[in-house]
Design a protein around this ligand. Sequence first.
Ligand code: RBF
Length: 162
Amino acid sequence: MATKNLSEYDLSSVPSASEMKFGIVVAEWNYEVTGALAQGAVDTLLKHGAKEENIVLKHVPGSFELTLGAQYLAEFTKSDAIIILGCVIQGETRHFDFICEGVTQGITNLNIKYNKPFIFGLLTTDNQQQALDRAGGKLGNKGDEAAVTAIKMLALRDDLTK
Ligand code: RBF
């Protein structure tokens, strides 16, 4: 089965982000990849009307720190949604499994604890090429997809609370 291009979506299905506030937390490990994810996320938010002053972007050292970084953004900024971006590449040790499990469970818990969207923008790949393919390469950009997901989740909240 062909893998989906992460940057292809129905533009008309994305509501305006002009009144929404976003936090973005980015892991510095594999920065060639995560920097591109962050650029994609910011560009996509702006494309859909988000204001530059309503986007707070912060870095953490590695993906394991993403959960707490995201919690800091939820606690200490006015972000309506937090986009979490990292890249974990399979190595020789079991670090990959521990980091992926920790971040996945951490993000799940944050969604429930804060009742706001924390978007899973973590690439978990076998090698660097697979990651580059999904960070602005031939399979699009996971950062774009994460940004669209954040906007859609906030629109869902607005729809149910209006
Ligand atoms: N952080 C990532 O974001 N992606 C990785 O692929 C990654 N691989 C790691 C592999 C090893 C062996 C170690 C020790 C750390 C790795 N980290 C990675 C960093 C991790 O998320 C965290 O920042 C550090 O473990 C904190 O000391």
